[in-house]
Ligand binder design. Structure first.
Ligand SMILES: Nc1ncnc2c1ncn2[C@@H]1O[C@H](COP(=O)(O)OP(=O)(O)OP(=O)(O)O)[C@@H](O)[C@H]1O
Ligand SMILES: [Mg+2]
Length: 226
């Protein structure tokens, strides 16, 4: 059997858990509750690509101006700010989500990918779209994931998880891999974890692995070999 081509995830310690990285091409979901590290994951993933000369495209669904994102990335030493605008393009689709139909949004995303021709794509967070597209949400996700699979790129969709839920079920079925980020209260302090729920074609580590988020390195899987 031919080995799958892999790209580094950009998360320290994660590549060792997943046979070397995300399969290329593939579409993944990174799901977690508020503040578990979803955006940081997406930025690390794109930064790693930019370091290797790949182009990245970051879609935000949150209607946040570029300055907000830059202010956020400024806290992190591991993100090279010079990548933004050039190797990593930032695209706000918040207004399209709020004011247009899902077909317009899909067309816009497809056109933008054709323009930038990125090897890495992030959409953060995809779950925001749900309440706007209502009963069309599942069709939208299905078409979006198929659209992304037609490009020679590795895509990461982030998903917000509501309290009490492990992952947004409606997204997980169609993607190639699912990574869960979580926060648990233990002995009075909150600890953060990363778990690979599934990754097609990959003999991956199972179970929650403790992580830390630091200014120097972003997300780091603890107790890992690297
Ligand atoms: N400079 C920093 N140093 C250490 N930890 C940080 C730093 N910045 C953020 N964090 C940690 O990362 C978490 C936020 O990460 P991030 O914004 O990626 O999460 P998210 O899942 O995208 O959150 P949201 O639900 O707001 O979208 C914070 O809750 C904090 O614990
Ligand atoms: Mg976020």
């Amino acid at each position: 059997m031919a080995e799958l081509e892999r790209v580094s995830t950009g998360i320290k310690g994660l590549d060792d858990m997943v046979d070397g990285g995300f399969p290329f091409p593939s579409v993944s979901l990174v799901a977690g509750g508020a503040g578990t590290g979803k955006t940081t994951f997406g930025l690390s993933f794109l930064t790693e690509g930019a370091r290797q000369g790949e182009k990245g495209l970051f879609f935000t669904t949150l209607s946040e101006p570029t300055q907000w994102m830059l202010r956020y990335t400024n806290q992190f030493d591991f993100i090279d700010k010079d990548f933004f605008g050039d190797e990593i393009k930032y695209q706000d689709v918040g207004l399209l989500v709020q004011n247009e139909g899902y077909e317009e949004l899909l067309d816009f995303i497809d056109d933008k990918i054709a323009e930038v021709m990125p090897q890495r794509i992030v959409i953060d967070p995809i779950t925001v779209v749900g309440p706007f597209f209502k009963e069309e949400y599942r069709s939208f996700l299905f078409e979006l994931i198929n659209l992304l699979k037609n490009w020679q790129a590795v895509s990461v969709l982030t998903g917000e998880v509501s309290p009490g839920m492990a992952y947004p079920e409606e997204v997980t079925y169609a993607v190639d891999s699912v990574i869960l980020l979580s926060m648990l209260e233990e002995e009075g302090s909150r600890r953060k974890y990363l778990e690979v729920l599934k990754m097609r074609g990959t003999d991956h580590t199972t179970g929650k692995q403790p992580i830390s988020i630091t200014t120097e390195n972003g997300i780091v899987v603890l107790k890992s070999r690297f």
